[in-house]
Design a protein around this ligand. Structure first.
Ligand SMILES: *[C@@H]1O[C@H](CO)[C@@H](O)[C@H](O)[C@H]1NC(C)=O
Ligand SMILES: *[C@@H]1O[C@H](CO)[C@@H](O)[C@H](O)[C@H]1NC(C)=O
Ligand SMILES: *[C@@H]1O[C@H](CO)[C@@H](O)[C@H](O)[C@H]1NC(C)=O
Ligand SMILES: *[C@@H]1O[C@H](CO)[C@@H](O)[C@H](O)[C@H]1NC(C)=O
Length: 947
């Protein structure tokens, strides 16, 4: 794979050169095979058999033996194909005029202005396509003027469970992991592929055209993966979705001169396979070695057999058929170098183990997936058998378990600097593959070069899966899989205007917005050289505490804008005029002047002031995280690092010593400060977290608001508000029906029980306390609206109610507005992961409106959340994306409010008090990709943190 990547980097047309090599090798091999066949047909290959007929099994055996030396890859005449094997008759040719095309050539640096002609499922030509070219088409060709729009190859996802881990999640369509043992190379993801998954169309709408669907990671060897194209097929079957399926899917052995096709095999090490069988890492690695030892013995017996067969030694082979075993044949193929081994592996110990195994049994590893510590051991990667594996990563999704704890957003960049191929992947539905491009954008923000960032979701995964000969590039002869974008693909919010798979346009009537010229250029990104170096220096745990804190005057120079909180909103109070050099003075953590340099900066002030040039930066309210357990512990999957779950009186007995059913738990008592997720969020401008007690079912307790930069609860300003709101969840549960949960809520509100619970729920009825209900379903929201009315009637008060999750809220926007209910969409980019929330409004290009836009249009107070603590740091990007996607003019003020003031108001935050933290960004405002948070101004703590 490395060789292929390198050859494509030399700038020569890869396809042609490869074909040439292939032809000469193929001619040589073909001649040998013909000669052998000729000799066999004469039955005079050697002395031994010269006068005897061959045994009946000889033909099959010789055919198997001959096939052993074949290496996988495209057939000899592949590049002369006139039509794709996936061509759908009747598909019209398309001429896309005037695109700005990222071709994938020249190490991903080639961008050309070109026309592209698609026909018969392939890219027929690219460049300037004149009339003479089109003569044969007459009027049949559909011509589209792209007007300079960006075009890339279709996005390729190297790690997906699309179709096997289905959306919406249903017990009847969960085929990711078999639990029948650690070693299952004979299982095939193809056999469980659900064709009705709601995600196919959504992922296509995000530009994904091809995915490698892998079994899960519950086993050391989980089974074989399959590459699919995501479009609908006339046949409607899993088989018809496959791209170059290996012949082994039905044990058909074609003409032995045909090269085999690449196969894919899932391996996993570390926590996941250990967790399932009560194994340790030692057990898992032994399971691998034992399996490979079995496969090696079969391989050796085949090789020995073929030595005899080739020598015509049929006496020795008289009653012996060719040795093979259907259960182990795929693993034997791994040892023959004909399988792309895709290894889920996180930690140094696991990577080291697998590289040792690859050398012991002599097979190459195509890629390590997740591999959160790979960037710490590049030299170990280079010691893998045959070539260094590619690394397939998440951009910022880390620390959810121990082996992800040292994950770094700088890993893609660092690995690329070591020449390791970098792939960004979704692990769909762990992250939604519709937004795989977003992962490449984040990798780009944190330093992966532009050419490699686009390649990381196109040409690089194509090469890693052995499909680089037909997908991953925009080149003549390659499959007609393309995305036409509404902006530069790495600009935040980039959205397909059209997606072609096998030459077929996938978006029936796409909704498109025209983005301004500034979105058509390569986005600028901040410099993170020091942070990246520190990630390695500190083995993934660089210090995160602010480097300097000061109460002395700080002069922020070249400030372009200042946004502040005012009247429960965000207002822009300063905006530098064109040539004006804006200055903001902060003393004791309070802004004392903002305006031109000459008005604010006096000579006396400069004497003991800290001067920070923010290069066109901005000051704005800090963001507030909600939706995850941020603040309740360090590593989600490690109970010893977490607060744990509250008792749920609906389904279990609450200990009497705790006060029984009337007890209300306060999240504030379970906070742990200084977690890496919180400090990283702080450094990204998310200065507050609001968190409900962690709960599994209906009952949560009192939320709390805390400062993400604090190191302990006694720090000044660590806890901003002890109790914010009462939180409960109403969702389908295996125990305690939805109707039971509603009945419980009704009772708690209308007939408050003894104890704390009674006080708090009475507070809700009296309009003093906000009730926050987590649910996605429009049906449940409707019921909550009725319940709210009922309670308001009983108490004669307005009840403050907020719905979080709320994926189906757009269906009831008008009613929600009338009822005065607020909404926090915790999954800012909607995805139908559960049945109860599947009626999403998908947004561009599938729908003109987004849920957020619909809710805002009704003047509903709306906020945005993040579901995992590691993603809290991405809140500014999420807000920016949502604002762009809303497809109408959302002002910066409104957008910032979605991630700050609105979230607090909706969750019972006390926003009247002064002293909220402000975030200072360099190079742009908080919503810009190019900006970097350099300071936090804290009136409450009377200081400035310089990061
Ligand atoms: C490919 O691009 C990367 C990043 O721009 C660069 O570091 C690398 O040297 C390039 N490789 C070749 C072969 O030019
Ligand atoms: C086996 O699968 C291949 C596709 O990979 C197909 O062309 C062939 O017809 C199948 N053979 C049988 C016997 O089903
Ligand atoms: C800042 O605070 C310190 C200590 O509270 C005080 O002595 C000083 O006067 C304050 N400076 C300003 C400019 O308010
Ligand atoms: C929302 O508020 C704006 C401004 O106050 C008002 O003009 C508009 O009519 C309101 N929309 C709805 C649906 O109430």
């Amino acid at each position: 794979m490395m060789e292929k990547v390198l050859s494509s980097q030399s700038g020569q047309p890869v396809g042609e050169r490869r074909t040439e090599n292939l032809v000469s090798r193929r001619v040589a091999r073909g001649t040998l095979v013909l000669l052998a066949l000729f000799l066999v047909s004469l039955q005079v290959p050697t002395l031994y058999t010269a006068f005897r007929p061959l045994p009946p099994h000889a033909a099959i055996a010789l055919s198997r033996c001959r096939a052993l030396s074949l290496t996988p890859g495209p057939s000899v005449d592949f590049y002369r194909r006139k039509e794709s094997d996936r061509f759908v008759p009747g598909t019209k040719p398309y001429l896309l005029r005037n695109g700005k095309v990222w071709t994938g050539a020249e190490n991903g640096t080639e961008v050309i202005r070109a026309d592209i002609l698609l026909d018969k499922g392939i890219i027929k030509s690219i460049g300037h396509i004149g009339h003479s070219h089109l003569k044969t088409y007459r009027d049949n060709v559909v011509t589209v003027d792209l007007k300079g729009a960006w075009v890339t190859p279709g996005i390729i996802d190297l790690h997906s469970h699309l179709g096997v881990d289905s959306a919406p999640r249903l017990l009847g369509a969960t085929d990711t992991n078999s639990h029948h043992g650690p070693i299952l190379p004979w299982l095939r993801a193809l056999d469980g592929l659900n064709t009705h998954d709601a995600a196919y169309a959504l992922s296509v709408a995000g530009g994904v055209t091809t995915a490698l669907v892998l079994p899960g990671s519950a086993n050391a060897i989980g089974g074989q993966g399959f590459t699919i194209k995501l479009r609908e097929t006339a046949e409607r079957t899993p088989t018809s979705m496959l791209l170059e399926p290996p012949y082994q899917i039905n044990a058909s052995f074609p003409d032995q001169t045909d090269r085999p096709r690449w196969r894919q095999m899932k391996h996993a090490c570390g926590e996941n396979p250990s967790r399932v069988y009560g194994n340790t890492r030692m057990d898992t690695i032994w399971a691998f070695r034992q399996a490979y030892d079995t496969a090696r013995k079969i391989k050796e017996s085949q090789d020995a057999y073929c030595v005899d067969a080739d020598a015509g030694n049929w006496d020795a082979l008289k009653d012996k058929p060719y040795p093979e075993d259907l259960q182990w044949e795929s693993l034997v193929d791994v040892l023959r170098g004909r399988v792309k081994v895709q290894v889920h592996c996180y930690e140094t110990v696991d990577i080291d183990d697998l590289i040792r195994i690859s050398n012991e049994f002599e097979f190459p590893i195509a890629a390590f997936h997740h591999a959160h510590e790979a960037y710490l051991v590049p030299d170990t990667l280079k010691k893998a058998y045959d070539h260094p594996p590619a690394i397939a990563m998440f951009a910022t999704h880390s620390r959810y378990k121990r082996e992800a704890y040292r994950g770094s957003e700088f890993a893609p960049r660092i690995l690329a600097e070591h020449g390791i191929p970098v792939v960004m992947k979704s692990d769909h539905p762990v992250t939604d593959s519709r937004y795989l491009l977003y992962q490449a954008q984040l990798a780009f923000v944190y330093g992966l070069p532009e050419n490699l960032a686009i390649a990381s979701i196109s040409s690089t995964p194509a090469e890693v899966m052995g499909m680089g000969h037909r997908i991953g590039y925009v080149k003549e002869g390659w499959d007609a899989d393309l995305v036409v974008w509404d902006s530069h693909p790495l600009a935040l919010g980039a959205t397909p205007k059209q997606v072609f798979i096998d030459g077929i346009p996938q978006l029936k009537s796409p909704h498109v917005v025209n983005k301004p010229a500034s979105f058509q250029r390569t986005p600028k990104v901040p410099n993170f050289d020091k942070e990246a170096a520190d990630a390695v220096k500190y083995e993934g745990l660089p210090p995160l505490i602010p480097s300097k804190t000061t109460s002395s005057p700080v002069v922020f120079m070249d400030v372009k804008s200042v946004f502040v909180r005012a009247d429960n909103r965000v207002r822009e109070v300063y905006s530098a005029q064109d040539a004006e050099l804006g200055a903001v003075i902060v003393q004791n953590g309070t802004i004392t002047c903002m305006g031109t340099y000459s008005t604010c900066v006096t000579p006396g002030l400069l004497a003991d002031a800290e001067i920070v040039n923010v290069k066109g930066g901005s000051i704005s309210p800090g963001f507030t995280s909600f939706g995850s357990n941020l603040g309740l512990g360090a590593i989600g999957a490690e109970p010893s690092t977490m607060d744990g779950y509250v008792f749920d009186p609906l389904v279990q007995k609450v200990p009497a010593i705790l006060g029984g059913d009337g007890t209300v738990i306060r999240a504030v008592d379970g906070l742990s400060f200084g977690t890496r997720d919180a400090l990283i969020a702080y450094r990204a401008g998310v200065t507050k977290g609001i968190t409900a007690p962690a709960h599994r079912g209906f009952y949560a307790g009192l939320g709390t608001s805390f400062f993400t930069g604090a190191t302990n609860r006694l720090d000044r300003g660590a806890v901003l508000q002890e109790a914010t709101a009462v939180h409960i969840t109403v969702r389908p549960a295996s125990f305690g029906s939805i109707s039971t949960q509603i009945a419980t809520l009704r009772r708690l509100l209308l007939r408050p029980i003894e104890g704390d619970s009674g006080d708090w729920f009475r507070g809700v009825g009296e309009g003093r306390v906000t009730l926050v209900v987590d649910t996605d379903s429009a049906d449940i929201i409707a019921t909550l609206i009725l319940l709210k009315r009922e309670v308001e009637k009983a108490y004669g008060n307005i009840v403050k109610m907020t719905v979080t999750g709320a994926q189906e809220a757009h269906i009831l926007a008008k009613e929600i507005a009338e009822a005065g209910v607020g909404v926090i969409q915790t999954l800012s980019k909607p995805f139908p992961s559960e049945w109860e929330g599947q009626r999403i409004l998908p947004g561009l290009p599938l729908s003109e409106q987004t849920s957020i836009a619909v809710l805002l249009a009704q003047n509903i107070t709306v906020g945005i959340g993040t579901l995992s603590p590691a993603e809290a740091r991405n809140l500014p990007f999420e807000v920016a994306w949502v604002a762009l996607d809303a497809g109408r003019a959302i002002s910066k003020e409104e957008a910032i409010a979605l991630g700050s003031t609105n979230v607090e108001i909706l969750l019972g935050g006390d926003i009247d008090t002064d002293g909220h933290d402000m975030v200072v960004t360099e190079g742009g405002d908080i919503l810009d990709m190019q900006s970097k948070v350099v300071a936090v101004v804290s009136p409450a703590r009377q200081l400035v943190d310089l990061l």
